[in-house]
Ligand binder design. Structure first.
Ligand SMILES: [Zn+2]
Length: 292
């Protein structure tokens, strides 16, 4: 019997929690199959004004919990900082501004996504530093899950806000269209070099052994490449046929997302000339694949 794979589906976390002297977390109240308990929204710092990192997806139920989190820290919001432009991160910006007044919003630009949320951005990039009392965040451009993705080192703790690059449970989805597995692998290597202590992910619980978790993520992706090549050897050709083999132990509801990941792996393996398409089907999802 195989044990159930780790997935965030159905996981519960407290609505508000304090994970360190400098880090208060409030749940975005947007649970889903993929986001598990929802987006972790963070108040970072120790002073009367703190950074709000990723204000969730815009659920109205979130605002009272954000108010409680601010009470707990006896603080106001200094500014909003975003890890990336996916809707469960940027989608909450408008309602926070409507409730608390104009706030600067910092992120690495991804115009196509940013514009759909009508958010005015102050651009930041790799190496940008954001400071508040008790906390210094240093941005690391870590594309792959999303092209605009930033992770942040909290210098005072050498801990890492990993956004969607590393999750508290399970692994992240690399979207086949806007994601890029080669970039993602390079981003994981970059994060490994920082040797972070703890990791504060955008979804799921705090990770105590940060560096070990990054190694695990890298090994997992290499193992997936091998499993996909094996599935092709077994006669699978369509991405969904590969999913049926590689993700046999996972709940079926996760298979469409798994197909995204499989296609991302196939595109990565195609770029490395390890696999090829059997037909001239331009959509990688509909193509039949083989080993080269
Ligand atoms: Zn995301």
């Amino acid at each position: 019997m195989t044990s159930a794979p780790p997935v965030m589906m159905g996981m519960k976390l407290p609505d508000i929690d304090q994970w360190s002297e400098r880090v208060i977390v409030a749940l975005g109240q947007n649970p889903s199959v993929f986001a598990g308990p929802g987006t972790n929204t963070y108040l970072v710092g120790t002073g009367p004004e703190r950074i709000l990192l990723d204000p969730g997806g815009g659920e109205t139920a979130y605002i009272p919990f954000l108010e409680q989190a601010l009470e707990r820290g006896a603080c106001r919001i200094q500014e909003i900082v975003l890890t990336h432009g996916h809707p469960d991160h940027i989608g909450g910006v408008r309602q926070v501004i409507e409730r608390f007044g104009e706030l600067e919003v910092k992120k690495q630009p991804w115009p196509m996504m940013d514009e759909t949320h009508h958010v005015e951005i102050t651009p930041i990039e790799d190496g940008s530093v954001i400071h508040t009392e008790g906390a210094t965040l240093r941005a690391l451009h870590t594309p792959g899950h999303a092209p605009d993705h930033l992770c942040f080192i909290l210098e005072e703790e050498r801990s890492l806000f990993s956004g969607d690059n590393i999750l508290g449970v399970g692994t992240t989805v690399i979207p086949a269209e806007s994601g890029n597995l080669g970039d993602y692998m390079a981003s994981l290597e970059r994060l490994l070099e920082e040797e972070p202590t703890r990791i504060y992910p955008a979804h799921g619980p705090c990770i105590e052994q940060g560096t070990a978790k990054i190694r695990e993520y890298i090994d997992h992706r290499l193992e997936r490449n091998r499993q996909i090549l094996d599935a092709l050897d077994q006669g699978a050709a369509l991405p969904m046929e590969i999913v049926e083999i590689v993700y046999a132990a996972y709940p079926k509801v996760l298979h469409p997302a798994a197909a995204q990941s499989v296609v991302s792996h196939l595109l990565h393996l195609e770029a490395r000339e390890e696999v090829a398409r059997n037909n001239d089907e331009p959509s990688p999802h509909a193509a039949r694949w083989r080993r080269r």
